[in-house]
Design a protein around this ligand. Sequence first.
Ligand code: FAD
Length: 376
Amino acid sequence: MPSIKYDVVIAGAGIVGLAHAWMCAKQGLRVAVLEKNSRCTGASVRNFGFITITGQREGKTWRRALRSKEFWADVAPKAGIPICHQGLLVVAQRLEALDLLDTFKHTEMGEACVLLSADAIRGRFPEIRGEDVQGGLYSPHELRVESKDAIGQLTTWLSKEMGVEFFFDHELLEINLPKLRTASKVFHTERLILCPGTELNGVAQPYLAEYQLTHTQLQMLRIQPTQPLLLQAAVMSDLSLVRYAGYTGLNCHQALLARLKKEELPCLEAGIHLIVVQSEDGSLVVGDSHHPVGDVEPFAQDAVDALIIEQLRRTLKLDDYQITHRWTGKYPVGHADQDALILSPDPNIRVVSVISGTGASTAFGLAEEVMQQWGF
Ligand SMILES: Cc1cc2nc3c(=O)[nH]c(=O)nc-3n(C[C@H](O)[C@H](O)[C@H](O)COP(=O)(O)OP(=O)(O)OC[C@H]3O[C@@H](n4cnc5c(N)ncnc54)[C@H](O)[C@@H]3O)c2cc1C
């Protein structure tokens, strides 16, 4: 078998693997990325492309997201990735939601965010359906990229401009540093970074087994409004405030949760909360629901899509529209209070697994931490 020598080999060409590839290549290291499939088709291309800061769990995850946003802002223009829009508007449709946002605004995480009255939202955001609005919070931090394209664009740029070598259709099967083996090649490398995403039973299994990870499955939609509708920022609403750890961690969401249990039980049961982002062609990426894998059919459920669309139409002034795409995605989940794992089973091996729906927002921050651990 031909043998090739690298400073670092990364397994997995999702956003976590690519973020590590960039950090290593910036240090002048010779980097190879092995990807099991002919391209990344996992969570990294199925998500909203929404680099979320406001709402991330207080502490590590929030700081990683803030840091990652800086890296995204740096790398996106270099790699020719358009930033589709910036900022986040959380629309409060109940007074309990507005109270929660008010508490959030007065934490460290609320810095630079602005509380808005109902009139201010109606005046500044004409795309929002004004009837139910009690007020809201605008965060300037967020970025949005078109992840279905951005992952390919980042891969091409890393390959052409940063000298990263990609080996697609190469699943890492065996680790015996300095040797790594796929079905057809042997790689020699000083270091290995495993970024396996949802592949819990492959070569990463011995490292991840003790965390007893499972999967969450999500439903997503792309919707084309019939009449032009301009979203000025990503939009979320009340249901997000009882889901995102940055809000629930404040422990003042119980009043809102109690009301939502009375008024939105089917959404809560399907793990639905609203995120809407817009693409350059005007279409909206809308989601999402959360189902423990194992409890659901492997097929998307129309009833769940209908609930998501109901939330959407209650929030945006959207009358006629066409659903152009429906898809599912999944990510690994583990301990409720941990969003990511950086494991060091050997001084020269790192296993990086995002075990929550936060990898698009935190991958670059995680990669920076791994490089710091290795003294770069
Ligand atoms: C529908 C949906 C919406 C989401 N929305 C958001 C959001 O708004 N904001 C946010 O921050 N996050 C979001 N997420 C989460 C985010 O997408 C993930 O956390 C992130 O993409 C994980 O990246 P990854 O590189 O670890 O995994 P993946 O994208 O799954 O990539 C892992 C890759 O590793 C490859 N691989 C695995 N094992 C091997 C091996 N042995 N050898 C070679 N290759 C291997 C796989 O083939 C795969 O291509 C969402 C996720 C989903 C599914």
